[in-house]
Design a protein around this ligand. Sequence first.
Ligand code: SF4
Length: 490
Amino acid sequence: MTQVFLGMPAGGLGNLVETEPFPAAAHRELGNTQMRKNLRHATHTIRDKRLRVVGELPDWEQLRDAGSAIKNSAMFNLEERLLEFEKNFTARGGVVHWARDADEANTIVRDLIRETGSTEVVKVKSMATQEIGLNEYLETQGIEAFETDLAELIVQLGHDKPSHILVPAIHKNRTEVRDIFLKEMPDVDPALTDEPAKLAEAARKHLRAKFLSAKVAISGANFALADTGTLGVVESEGNGRMCLTLPETLITVMGIEKVLPHTDDIEVMMQLLPRSSTGERMNPYTSMWTGVTEDDGPQNVHIVLLDNGRSRVLSDSFGRSALNCIRCSACMNVCPVYERTGGHAYGSTYPGPIGAILSPLMTGIEVEKNNSLPYASSLCGACFDACPVKINIPEILVHLRGEDVDSQRDKHKIPTQMDLLMKGGSWVLGKGKNMKLVEKALPLGRLAAGKNKKIKKLPGIAAGWTQSRDIPAPPAQSFRDWWSAEKESK
Ligand code: SF4
């Protein structure tokens, strides 16, 4: 028997940084009013559902503590847990492959598919395969990959990119989805409406033939149980179950951090994950498999255990808790920055608050376009409150901002603008007489503000402050001077 939790995304970082830096991308995306409207509606609906079902559990905080403890324990003994999983998975007829990076993982998957003689595969939604750019790679090798999750299908047919971990087409409304189907599905009814049931029916018809003919399926995994060698996939549509049971060959690509020590750990995780991701008490489909069962389900079962930067995260004593992420997406549904910019602005497989820390942790803060991600947050803390495994995202963001400042200094070998700003601030605020001296420059500020009494543009690093707001002209009298004058007048 083989078990894998597929359906809800698993995975890592492969297509991680491929567009412009976050500030430029966010600026562009903010101009997309339709996308912002779609996103606001979708995130608010999911977050309200989540709050309702979480509120039903009196021991929610204890569950979060337990989830965090389970993941910490798995990460603490990761090597041991993975070897235990390998032993048990292999003993039950599965084959384990180890991949250091995206290239190795892609090559392993391609060779396994070629051995079957197939040129088509069906896919269960998986963040790990997105991370390594598997679909794009397979296409270059003459192998076509068909996404079977409805939202992934919409993204694939629309030649688009996912913008959310759990709801990849969250930026599209149903009219846009209908238009994509009409344009891209050869067999679709031209009278298709944007009614959700009709859209789902069209997708089902489109996919059914693929499910029945595919010889190979590719999945991710939500969990791997070390003590039994079991894999698990959690999903909502049943497409995962079809992919996991019908084809002869099943290849799972899973980030090494997905391993859990014990079967009992599922009791906690399956209370945390569906509630945090889709706001459901229990997801509709949970598939689990342990190796191969004769004459039942796939007879060739493989798993590719993917590192691709995860060891690097594990070695970062401050950031390693990011590996505890169960990809529920609760943090992005509550993030005010994500709600306005959408997922594409992050330019990585993992958007939102978790993406803002995972991408720099996995590939380095010094990588261009990674270094603006830790600033894509107001540090309001909503992500930390929502996270079912208590990852302190704001704390890690601040840590990464510090690393960014250090890396910029190392790169340029001279103090950065931020260094100078901080030094200057420390000098001014360090002594009353220094502050008094600076206050003498207030008239200059009034001069710069001009007749409108507004400063519209600051220079250098401070320019960001005036990008979307004006600064009022400083008062004619400083507080200090006013205070002294008041005292003297009494
Ligand atoms: S960081 Fe926490 S809230 Fe965000 S996706 Fe991961 S587990 Fe969910």
